[in-house]
Design a protein around this ligand. Structure first.
Ligand code: PLP
Length: 409
């Protein structure tokens, strides 16, 4: 008889955004004419850059000619893109990464979720709290999370590092030993960052204990301050203990096109049952070659186009547009008397709900009174209780209108 992977039954019901969508749908049904503004889900609204569109057209035309047609590509990605990443993402920051340490993918969700495939099931996991839910759920599926403790809202085998206003959103090193450490900076959902000195503490910890850092840099393009690292590899020692995930989704509006990349330095190892240290790079390569047949050629050409001079300029214009949204929201919410975090090096605003309210309570007030869809902080983990997340990826006029409504309360 076929048996189930019962870990899937342990997953908590209702993915956060499905829950929100259902509640908004119900509200819309009851109030069909309400001018609802959506600042909840982190999807982009600006079109792709002209340089990207041009590269797409050109790549499509190549597919029409026998001489330039491309079928299966290299599972790891085409050299033109891997080399462009080395040259334009890492070299300018003084980071030496080789092209064969870069694996092109169809977005950071896949690889942040899949990377655990090559890591032992018995590893213990640390996440910062609140957190992007994929890190937890993928470890639940793999059987690493233990059991869910309803009251605390936590998994028994996961170590939670709370990030709240009280500790300035800086996670503390764990008291108990951990093997896999998920860090995401700039952070989703809090929009906060780690400065170099803080990140160095985590790298030193991983080097001392033999842990692996899984560093999600999906929002690196939004960093403005110079002392905030764009990549964990700017930190000495990180190439021995960290893998890093990047995404073109928020960098260049590829949420629909799908492309990103994962960096697995050759120095990073994990211990095998034999006691030997084994390199993760060839193992990840093996895993990808077995389960992944590569990102489409036309999409990789589109990604490479963001590194041309005009591509860089156009992509930066869009990032600046979203960051201006963030500035407008930060200012308006602060003026409204709320305690606001994030939004300076990240496209998310995270704010404390008024005294005595809960995340979901204020979420409802925002919807019912102001017709604004947000995301309740508690949906990202127990330490998110008492906070709301707003995305800066909306349209300018929507941001301005939402803030006008809040200022007229
Ligand atoms: N990592 C973080 C922290 C995210 O917030 C997201 C998307 O919202 C992703 C990864 C997934 O990005 P992608 O679209 O590249 O799969």
């Amino acid at each position: 008889m076929i048996k189930l992977n019962d870990n899937f039954l342990r997953l908590q019901k209702n993915y956060l955004f499905v829950d929100i969508a259902q509640r908004v749908a119900k509200y819309k049904e009851e109030h069909p004419d309400a001018p609802v503004i959506r600042l909840g889900i982190g999807d982009v609204t600006r079109p792709l850059a002209p340089a990207v569109i041009e590269a797409l057209h050109k790549a499509v035309d190549e597919q029409a000619q026998a001489e330039t047609f491309r079928g299966y590509g290299p599972e790891q990605g085409y050299d033109f893109l891997r080399e462009a990443i080395v040259e334009h993402v890492f070299a300018p920051r003084g980071v030496q990464i080789a092209a064969d340490e870069i694996f092109i993918n169809d977005g950071a969700k896949s690889d942040t979720g899949n990377f655990g495939d090559i890591l032992g099931r018995d590893n213990t996991v640390l996440i910062t709290d609140p957190v992007y839910p994929v890190y937890i759920d993928s470890n639940v599926m793999a059987g690493r999370a233990g059991t869910f403790e309803q009251e605390a809202g936590k998994w028994s085998r996961i170590t939670y590092a709370p990030c709240t206003a009280e500790n300035n959103f800086t996670p503390a090193l764990p008291a108990e030993p951990v093997d896999m450490i998920y860090l995401c900076y700039p952070n989703n959902p809090t929009g906060t960052v780690l400065r170099k000195a803080e990140l160095q503490k985590w790298v030193d910890y991983a080097l001392q204990t033999g842990a692996l850092i899984l560093y999600d840099a999906a929002y690196a393009a939004y960093i403005r301050h110079d002392d905030v690292p764009r990549s964990i590899y700017e930190i000495p020692g990180a190439k021995q203990c960290a893998v890093e995930f990047h995404s073109y989704s928020k960098t260049a509006g590829f949420t629909g096109l799908r492309c990103g990349f994962t960096v697995v330095p050759k120095e990073v190892t994990a211990r095998a049952e034999s006691g030997d240290r084994v390199q993760l790079n060839p193992l990840w390569n093996r895993r990808q070659c077995t389960k992944f047949n590569g990102t489409p050629y036309i999409v990789q050409r589109a990604a490479a186009a963001i590194y041309s001079p005009e591509g860089k300029r156009q992509v930066q214009e869009t990032i600046d547009y979203y960051m201006e949204n963030a500035r407008i929201m930060r200012e308006a919410l602060t003026t409204a008397g709320l305690r606001v975090f994030g939004g300076e090096d990240a496209p998310y605003i995270w704010f404390r709900v008024p005294e005595g309210q809960t995340s979901w309570g204020y979420w409802e007030e925002l919807l019912y009174k102001y017709n604004i869809v947000s995301t309740p902080g508690v949906g990202f983990g127990p330490s998110g209780e008492g906070y709301i997340r707003l995305t800066a990826f909306g349209r300018r006029e929507d941001c301005v209108e939402a803030m006008r409504r809040l200022s007229e309360k």
